[in-house]
Design a protein around this ligand. Structure first.
Ligand SMILES: NC(=O)c1ccc[n+]([C@@H]2O[C@H](COP(=O)([O-])OP(=O)(O)OC[C@H]3O[C@@H](n4cnc5c(N)ncnc54)[C@H](OP(=O)(O)O)[C@@H]3O)[C@@H](O)[C@H]2O)c1
Length: 261
């Protein structure tokens, strides 16, 4: 079985990938800047943890040693976005090429190159690094995760209002489905190069907010808000949707039932 490195394997998507790869019998190494304690929620028994930073390069060689394939699930927000995504991926790919890693898989976002949103520009630069790499690379572009959509509602509900961005529909996808497809790609299965996938259903943000409110019993009125900036413009234009690439996976309401239970 190939040895799989999950870069950013302590994060939301990375942890799901780690669990999936381990369940399929792979030897799994997880790298991120912080190594979790055994009692931390992100800790997965049976995995080797390494401390590595894609930006400074610290620990990268040790993490990539003997890896056959890596899956990049790193993330950086705000100012860190271009450091981690654009610059960090270059470091990671160069070091991997020196260590004879065979295949590299990147988790990206559906239609990310269509928007001028700053974070999306950093993701596009990251994708371009993968495309230019001499390694065999695969990019999985997905729509927004169920958890991400939920975080919108949860944040607002703390202040008594559940925001539902007006004129925006979403096609959220379960991280467990994303993890399955990423490990397929790491194993060389499925489509080569770039694959785009979306969740099974497209629903308005209000319909999703209603499902969340009813599943959690959260208080607060659902209010139409305006998502500002380039991301708002992009999503109102429907650029976050990929109806032709919907997968037969876990929909938002089923995901809510399983997580709330
Ligand atoms: N959220 C969505 O709906 C969505 C949809 C499609 C695609 N994606 C993509 O999925 C990817 C993962 O997102 P996520 O929400 O799972 O991220 P996350 O939960 O924030 O996890 C990020 C991971 O990256 C690690 N990391 C951050 N900076 C690092 C550095 N300098 N060196 C090494 N590791 C570093 C973090 O650990 P440490 O902080 O300990 O280093 C953590 O393990 C992102 O690239 C995102 O664009 C997200």
């Amino acid at each position: 079985m190939p040895r799989v490195l999950v870069m950013g394997g302590t994060g939301l998507a990375g942890r799901a990938v780690t669990v999936e790869a381990l369940a399929r019998g792979h030897e799994v190494v997880v790298a991120s800047r912080r190594v979790p304690n055994e009692d931390a929620a992100e800790y997965v028994p049976g995995v080797q943890y390494r401390s590595a930073d894609v930006v400074t390069g610290d620990g990268l060689e040790e993490a990539l040693e003997r890896a056959d394939v890596f899956i990049d699930a790193t993330n950086g927000m705000g100012r860190d976005a271009s450091h981690v995504l654009a610059f960090g991926s270059q470091n990671l790919l160069h070091t991997a090429a020196r260590f004879g890693v065979h295949r590299a898989v990147l988790l990206s976002i559906a239609n990310v190159d269509l928007s001028a949103y700053k974070y999306y520009r950093a993701k596009t630069a990251q994708e371009n690094n993968y495309i230019a790499s001499p390694l065999e690379t695969r990019i999985l572009r997905t729509t927004q995760f169920h958890d991400f959509v939920t975080s919108f509602f949860r944040r607002g509900a703390r202040f008594g209002l559940i925001p539902a961005p007006a004129k925006i529909s979403l096609q959220p996808i379960a991280v467990s489905d994303v993890a399955r497809l990423l490990v397929d790609a790491a194993e060389g299965r499925g489509e080569a190069d770039t694959r785009t996938v979306g969740g099974p259903r497209i629903e308005t943000s209000r319909a999703l907010a209603e499902q969340w409110k009813s599943a959690t019993g959260a208080r607060g009125a659902i209010v139409a808000t305006r998502l500002p900036g380039a991301i708002g413009a992009s999503w109102r234009a429907g650029e976050n949707l990929v109806p032709e690439n919907a997968i037969d996976g876990l929909g938002y309401s089923e995901w809510l039932s399983s997580t709330v239970a």
